[in-house]
Write a protein that binds this ligand. Structure first.
Ligand code: NAD
Length: 303
């Protein structure tokens, strides 16, 4: 393994954000307003607060308008749906993101279904899931779209490659599989009930791990030279026993980097791989939404 085996998602995301920034400035000049992203946060989940702050900061840094709506944890469904409806109707808002997970008393599917699909920059609305499934233009969830960008950047044409996606969530696994199918890969979706997962993964030219189990994918599961995309974000105890005893943690992926990196042709690290792509793609999706909402053409493949 050399450094060139490492797929640098942080650097790719920076380049993508710079492109979004340039296009956001030309959008503003043409539309007479900034592209706008509204983020709704219900409650005080600390991880969600960090994400929302980071989304707001990066939106502004790209020259777009950020509208943050922070609601108390006990917000009732009617108030939340009324806010989403108001954002649907607001011409300054091009993209709407409701930070998940929502407190248990709120129905996530109902809230997502209320978002105007043309402002659904997270790509979670069933209309956008359906568009992806039938190969129509629509919004694609940010994390899998970011993974696809990294794969195409590294491998070029993906046609005919064997891809195994581990995980079948609506947010990552399923849309990832659809995207790879759209690139003419032969796609296998593995999940918690898959028999002999290691053997399935061994066939893959491309492995995307989106499981949520720390360092589950091992080096001897990987076909030599395969490209490995690690979506997992897992917090585990620090390697330093003293720090661990103090409760210090570190982030690891779903892939056991130490054993997989020497076998893989390319691999995303955690942190610094897929993670930084998610917000960059969110900003990209918002810019695409802004152009569509304002009726301003955006050249195919411009972003
Ligand atoms: P999820 O819990 O909704 O889905 C996990 C999937 O893994 C399920 O489909 C399940 O069938 C499968 N699975 C569970 N145990 C398995 C096993 N032993 N063998 C094979 N498959 C198994 O999770 P998710 O929302 O898809 O997220 C997956 C991971 O990706 C998590 O670590 C999450 O934190 C991370 N994530 C990262 C980003 C990012 O920005 N980088 C975004 C979303 C999710």
């Amino acid at each position: 393994m050399t450094d060139s085996n490492i797929i640098d998602g942080k650097a790719f995301a920076e380049t993508l954000r710079a492109r979004v920034g340039t296009l956001a400035a030309s959008f503003e000049a043409q539309a007479g307003r900034k592209a706008g992203l509204a983020v709704v946060l219900v409650g005080e989940d600390p991880a969600s607060q960090v994400y929302v702050r980071s989304k707001g900061k990066q939106t502004v840094a790209c020259g777009m308008a950020s509208f943050e709506h922070k609601l108390p944890a006990d917000t009732d469904e009617a108030s939340l749906l009324a806010l989403v409806e108001a954002l649907n109707a607001d011409p300054a808002v091009d993209g709407i993101l409701v930070q998940l997970p929502l407190p248990a008393h709120l129905d996530e599917q109902k809230v997502i279904a209320t978002i105007n699909p043309d402002k659904d920059v997270d790509g979670f609305h069933v209309i956008n899931a359906g568009r992806l499934a039938v190969g129509q233009k629509g919004f694609v969830p940010c994390t899998p779209l970011g993974c696809l960008m990294l794969l195409k950047d590294r491998l070029g044409n993906l046609s005919g490659l064997d891809a195994v996606v581990i995980g079948r969530s609506n947010i990552v696994g399923k849309p990832m599989a659809q995207l790879l199918l759209g690139e003419s890969c032969t796609v296998t979706i593995a999940h918690s009930r898959t028999k002999d997962l290691a053997e399935v993964v061994r066939r893959a030219d491309i492995v995307v791990a989106a499981v949520g189990r720390a360092e589950m994918v091992k080096g001897d599961w990987i076909k030599p030279g395969a490209t490995v995309i690690d979506v997992g974000i897992n917090r585990v105890a620090s390697l330093d026993p003293v720090a661990a005893a103090e409760g210090k943690t570190r982030l690891v992926g779903d892939v056991d980097f130490a054993s997989v990196a020497p076998v893989a042709g390319a691999i995303t690290p955690v942190p610094g791989g897929v993670g930084p792509m998610t917000i960059a793609v969110l900003l990209r999706n918002t810019l695409v939404a802004a152009h569509a909402n304002a009726g301003i053409a955006l050249a195919e493949g411009a972003i």
